[in-house]
Design a protein around this ligand. Structure first.
Ligand SMILES: *Cc1c(COP(=O)(O)O)cnc(C)c1O
Length: 391
């Protein structure tokens, strides 16, 4: 089945739910067992690692619905739901690490993932080396005897650098490392990490899976081999996403394919327009043909999302304020993946340690929503006129 069909059919069971189209929202902690046999049977199945309704924290059919959808789309054998994308990152990393281990993390990783390594992991004697995202097969030279996890994210946060994931995965597997990917940018629709050699794929479901800027959720899909460690750590950490949020995530995901195609198209149109502006130094978007990561994007990805970066030519802060303060259609704030357009000034150098960003001008991250692109471009055009007038 094609992805569009899977998004409609996956994780639904109307026959066992009075014909109701969507899965019910189960609010649960206690699960009752009518007999001693039933209780023992349930415990045996839980011990054997079988998915089932054992206790609220362990998931209900509401949770299983989202797990099945993400797994059917993204790949892997099983999926764990977490209360946020960062909880998915932290839980997945912890699953494979012990004192004395070493992590190799892309220098373009989402900054709270970096902080997790530099703060929490280092407290437990796990060290991290950040590497140039464009390293490719040369990652082999950085793999130490104690390297346990090689962490990739493509395109990378802030600067949208692509990575040669199959090359990195092959080198990592030769040395027995787990390859973990933050696949949030592409969503489960536009990148299939398990076909690229990834063992664990993380989604900040908060972004495109939810799609409406109103829920925090995360997921980790894992291969059959990597799953027991993910499952075990989720059990130890007690991660449990609330049923209403899980419900909204699976509901949002039903329209992922129509939304993403529009985000892709709208994003590219606005990115191309921005590239033509004289105050724009560079547009970082791997689907643009002149982007350094374009060939990798074309080879490994099935589409693009609506998130990309730009760097302006150097200009005073007041001119940047003149641009962003009076935009009508672009909200300013963290997160992305909802239906609405956003702009966020950011400094890539804050979250990089081995690959300094070479430009002096202000970086602006754009998320292009589902508005009409002529309206968005007119809004930006007025903004750039204000910027120039304030120079
Ligand atoms: C937002 C984001 C996360 C974290 O997700 P939360 O749900 O906000 O915790 C992780 N990775 C990337 C690339 C993100 O954009």
């Amino acid at each position: 089945m094609k992805d569009e069909t899977k998004l409609v059919t996956s994780g639904r069971d109307p026959e066992n739910n009075h014909g109701v189209v969507n899965p019910p929202v189960y609010h649960a902690s206690t699960i009752l067992h009518p007999t001693l046999d039933a209780l023992d049977n349930s415990r045996e199945r839980r011990m054997a690692g079988e998915r089932g309704v054992y206790y609220g924290r362990k998931g209900t059919p509401t949770t299983f619905s989202l797990e099945d959808m993400v797994c059917d789309l993204e790949g892997g054998d099983r999926c764990q739901v977490y209360p946020s994308g960062l909880a998915a990152i932290a839980g997945s990393l912890l699953a494979f690490l012990k004192a004395g281990d070493h992590i190799l993390m892309t220098d373009a990783a989402y900054s709270p993932a970096r902080r997790f390594c530099n703060d929490l992991a280092s407290r437990y004697d796990v060290s991290t080396t950040f590497y140039d995202p464009a390293i490719g097969t040369a990652i082999t030279d950085l793999i130490q005897d104690n390297t346990r996890v090689v962490y990739v994210e493509a395109p990378g946060t802030a600067t949208f650098v692509m990575q040669d994931i199959p090359a990195i995965a092959e080198a990592a597997h030769k040395k027995g490392c787990i390859v973990m990917m933050d696949n949030t940018w592409a969503s489960p629709l536009f990148c299939k990490p398990f076909q690229l050699g990834v063992d664990v794929s993380i989604q900040a479901g908060t972004k495109y899976i939810v799609g409406h800027s109103d829920v925090m959720i995360g997921t980790s899909c894992a291969t059959k081999e990597a799953w027991p460690a993910i499952d075990n750590m989720a059990g130890l950490l007690g991660h449990a996403a609330g049923p209403d949020d899980v419900y909204l995530a699976q509901r949002g995901m039903r329209t992922l394919s129509v939304r993403l195609k529009q985000h892709w198209e709208n994003g590219l149109k606005v990115a191309e327009w921005l590239r033509g502006q004289d105050m724009v130094e560079v547009v970082m978007h791997p689907a643009l043909t002149n982007d350094p990561g374009h060939a990798l994007w074309k080879r490994d990805f099935l589409g693009a999302s609506g998130l990309f970066g730009t760097t302006l030519k150097p200009c005073p802060r007041s001119a940047i304020a003149a641009l962003v303060d009076d935009l009508e259609l672009f909200g300013m704030g963290a997160s992305w993946g909802g239906y609405e357009s956003l702009v966020l000034p950011q400094d890539p150098n804050i979250s990089r340690s081995v690959t300094p960003w070479p430009y002096e001008g202000q970086c602006l991250r754009f998320h292009i929503g589902l508005e009409d692109t002529d309206d968005l471009i007119a809004d930006l055009d007025a903004g750039f006129k204000r910027l120039k007038a304030a120079m």
